[in-house]
Design a protein around this ligand. Structure first.
Ligand SMILES: [Zn+2]
Length: 252
């Protein structure tokens, strides 16, 4: 729905301290939050603080003008990224973070063609067990950055003999076009102390280090191997440089 009304002073008064304008490589990032979000995690209710962000070409700090422009920006046609924060993320010495790429099929439908849905819930649990951390949910990373429609085509190619890397390449994409720069800016706004990254992917670790982020280490996340995703997971290890932890995977 497009709303052409002007934002009320009442709304601006409530929101002005809840929206931060961050500098991005190009333009700005608007960060809104924190918002209390109780989440059902493996049958327990866990309270997270939720933030959402939006990339904008504008460079204004005027919250009224920002909100006014958004009402006609048709945001529902695009995806926005967000982050779930747990515990005293700013001050805790040990914080775990996960940069989770959106996976419509795995996260929402519970598809077993990949391990994303499992990784999402498991990394949230690891963050809670650690006492502090943040899960970044990256909305422009569908299918390693190729988008949902192209991912659907890639799945058809996979059903016809290509592996996940070959399928993307046959459609004219590089294997992995994901960018983490906005998420890193948001992370820097929420915490300056070192973080431990939950990932099996050294490229993610390198991207964060290259962006100047203090990363103190990496903790792996494997599991939920089934007949449906075994080939996909093996391709991640053999072709995309994912690290296999001893004894956790590879049946052949
Ligand atoms: Zn997935």
């Amino acid at each position: 729905m497009v709303n052409m009304q002007t934002v009320t002073n009442d709304a601006i008064k409530v929101l002005k301290d809840k929206i931060k304008v961050l500098k991005a490589a190009e333009g700005s990032i608007y960060l809104v939050g924190p918002i209390k979000l109780p989440v059902n995690l493996h049958g327990e209710t866990v309270n997270f603080q939720w933030y959402c962000w939006l990339n904008s070409k504008e460079e204004t700090e005027d919250i009224g003008q920002i909100i006014d422009n958004l009402s006609s920006a048709n945001l529902a046609e695009y995806q926005q990224s967000s982050v779930l924060v747990y515990g005293d993320f700013q001050n805790n010495e040990e914080a775990l973070i996960r940069m989770h790429s959106i996976c419509h099929t795995g996260d929402i439908f519970g598809s077993k063609r990949c391990d994303c849905g499992y990784q999402l819930k498991q990394s949230m649990q690891m963050i809670v067990d650690n006492g502090s951390g943040a899960l970044f949910y990256l909305a422009n990373h569908e299918g390693r950055g190729i988008g949902l429609f192209s991912k659907a085509m890639a799945y058809i190619l996979q059903e016809n003999g290509s592996d996940t890397v070959e399928a993307n390449e046959k459609l004219g994409f590089v294997d992995d076009s994901r960018n983490y720069s906005d998420a890193i800016e948001v992370l820097k706004a929420l915490r300056s102390k070192p973080v431990t990254l939950i990932t099996n992917n050294p490229k993610k670790l390198k991207a964060l280090k290259d962006a100047g982020l203090p990363v103190s280490g990496r903790t792996p996340l494997w599991g939920d191997v089934s007949e449906y995703n075994e080939r996909y997971l093996q391709t991640k290890i053999r072709r995309s440089g994912h690290l296999e932890e001893a004894g956790t995977f590879l049946h052949d």
